[in-house]
Ligand binder design. Structure first.
Ligand code: NDP
Length: 398
């Protein structure tokens, strides 16, 4: 008997984007509609097991071998295969599936994402870090296998929707909006005192902890500028950012004739996830409708790159090219880890990334074409070490 269910894999299914994806799959009939090939998570074993049972997944993988026994125990009465560790995760990502959600957080999402792209199918990409660190490798891998990359970041999903039926030569600018985070009115002195707990509270979106803090520093927008460059092949000087505190307009395109198109929707990742899941169609959705009259006004302002230097650094990354994206992402992740541990302060994160990027560019470590995974991983590793060295010199804590 043939199985005509759509086959699905969710990488990072226990996270904010991953769990929302699983909820949408459940709403749309779960295992009766979808053949769920693989679900992967990290330490949230209870949620991973619940999802695997609900969706009757073929395999559930935790990235951590120390969590294997708990996952095994929770799934002992199920047909779901259990595995753990990064090799197993990559193997599961490489199992054939029609549609995959790539929603692991950070550089850890790169290898599983590549495995998925190597085998083809459609990949909904939330894991922006893989595009920042290894954009050329990711897009060339997709081109080789014919895999389709569907952006899930809300701004890039918006851009992808706006770009349909637009001639690239007519575009003057791509503008990403940013909420500006919870601290856009604080002085540099006040910013230096911000704690991880305060930084993890996003004013308009409900997201994972790391992306919430990245939003507060504007590093998230910096990553997104590079992501837009890689996804849409837009020249660096045509990519702009506008702070838009209501987060209703997600992206805008400016044309050479002076006209603009904007994309609007409510602040719920459901919109972007469902768009990628249903593409090239649009299906009815529970997405909260916008009430523009109730909103009353939409505000826009220029980002302040003195207090929030991350977007300036993103332009620097695009100017340097080569392995600059890998260094930038690695340094940014290491600086965030240090901030969470209390080893660097809020403003110190961008100072550390700035210094590491410039020192690596200065000594030639970023030259060359970033097309080899091994080389990209080495630059990522070196950037993290340089952040540790920066901190060990007593910097980033004033
Ligand atoms: P979360 O932190 O909520 O979830 C991350 C997922 O990755 C979890 O399943 C987590 O497992 C898993 N994970 C963590 N570390 C590892 C590792 N070393 N190896 C394998 N898996 C791991 O993140 P988000 O859902 O917020 O974000 C996911 C991606 O989507 C990020 O790249 C983010 O930038 C992007 N994104 C997120 C948006 C959002 O609204 N949240 C919006 C746009 C983009 P566990 O929790 O079980 O430990």
């Amino acid at each position: 008997m043939t199985d005509d269910r759509r086959s699905i894999t969710v990488l990072g299914s226990t996270g904010s984007v991953g769990a929302k994806t699983v909820t949408i799959l459940e709403e749309r009939g779960g295992a009766a509609t979808f053949n769920v090939v693989a679900l992967t998570g990290g330490r949230n074993i209870e949620r991973l097991a619940e999802q695997a049972i609900s969706l009757k997944a073929d395999i559930a993988v935790t990235a951590y071998s120390e969590c294997h026994a708990e996952l095994q125990e929770r799934l002992k009465n199920e047909t779901t295969e259990v595995a753990s560790g990064s090799e197993a995760l990559a193997e599961a990502a490489g199992r054939p599936a029609d549609w995959t959600m790539s929603a692991i957080v950070g550089f850890a999402g790169l290898v599983p994402g590549l495995r998925c792209l190597e085998r083809g199918g459609a990949m909904a990409l939330a894991n922006k870090e893989s595009l920042v660190a290894a954009g050329r490798l990711v897009t060339s891998t997709a081109n080789r296998s014919g895999a389709i990359l569907l952006p899930v970041d809300s701004e890039h999903s918006a851009m992808f929707q706006l770009l349909a039926n637009v001639k690239p030569q007519e575009i003057e600018s791509l503008i990403l909006t940013a909420s500006g985070g919870p601290f856009r009115h604080l002085t540099t002195g006040e910013l230096a005192k911000v704690t991880p707990k305060q930084a993890a509270r996003h004013p308009t979106w409900n997201m994972g902890m790391r992306i919430s803090i990245d939003s507060a520093t504007m590093f998230n927008k910096a990553l997104e500028m590079i992501e837009a460059h890689e996804l849409f092949e837009t020249p660096a000087d045509s990519i702009g950012v506008l702070v838009h505190p209501q987060s209703i307009v997600h992206a805008l395109i400016g044309f050479h004739d002076g006209q603009m198109l904007a994309h609007m929707s409510s602040t719920d990742m459901r919109g972007a996830i469902e768009y990628a899941m249903n593409w090239p169609n649009r299906l009815p959705s529970r997405l909260r409708r916008l009430d523009l009259a109730a909103l009353g006004k939409l505000e826009f302002e220029e980002p302040d790159e003195v207090r929030f230097p991350a977007t300036r650094l993103a332009r620097e990354v695009l100017r340097i090219g080569g392995f600059a994206g890998a260094a930038f992402n690695g340094a940014k992740e290491a600086a965030l880890d240090a901030f969470l541990l209390g080893n660097i302060n809020f403003t110190g994160m961008s100072c550390a990334v700035d210094e590491v990027l410039n020192s690596m560019a200065g000594d030639g470590s970023l030259c060359g074409e970033a097309l080899e995974l091994k080389e990209i991983m080495e630059v990522d590793r070196l950037a993290r070490i340089r952040v540790e060295e920066y901190i060990s010199r007593g910097l980033g804590q004033d």
